[in-house]
Design a protein around this ligand. Sequence first.
Ligand code: KIV
Length: 265
Amino acid sequence: MGKITISALDRMKSAGEKIAVITSYDASFTRQIEQAGIDVILVGDSLGMVIQGHESTLPVTVGDMVYHTANVMRVSEHAMVIADMPFMSHGTPEQALDTAGRLMKEGGAHMVKIEGGAPQLETVRHLTARAVPVCGHLGLMPQSIHQLGAYRVQGRGEHERERMLKDAVGLQQAGAQMLVLECVPAMLAAEITKALDIPVIGIGAGADTDGQVLVLYDMLGVTMQGTPSFVRDFLVETGNVQDALIAYVKAVKERTFPAAEHTFT
Ligand code: KIV
């Protein structure tokens, strides 16, 4: 099996083959994730919560992201690896370029992910014009938790729907090559997925996105604050980590995950 590239993911979107994505932060889990045939690994700033025990992703530093991305890259063979740009590491296009440079040069990431819509377009243009592949992130944006007040579904109501659709199209036009939609009503996620040429990956965004992503610890039932309603615990079904990962990939590819109970309307 060759290395998964953005061209391969584009082809999967065109062919209607679902893309299986999971977060990872270290070498040992990455080895098992690779053996399960995952397409894309996200070194998410969720590590601030699941690894570091913080209440939010805000304290995560660029140094943390570089460290964990390098741990993953050391054993990753086939998957494409995306690293998150942490909070306050992309306030200006110049700062974002420095951060992305570290994540790619020191960490080895193939792509960086940035939360945000309209306010990030200039930054996305700046990065993509300088050979930095970018994944956007809309819907629930955990770095904005103190503005949002709670981790809840985004994009409900006509005004929010229009704004998210516009942001998604804007990100693609600015050069983003992938998009994550987090906690978005399934119909809106389906509409955005159809409107874009780039692969759209959902988490709590229904079954009609081009692929799914879950936080590794959530789908293994290793949670400190309870399992979110859009997550399926694959470890409880299978009894061991390797089989849980294989079952996740199979469920995404065969469209049995997410089911109606994991979906917001
Ligand atoms: O940080 C992360 O793990 C993420 C996913 C929840 C998409 O951004």
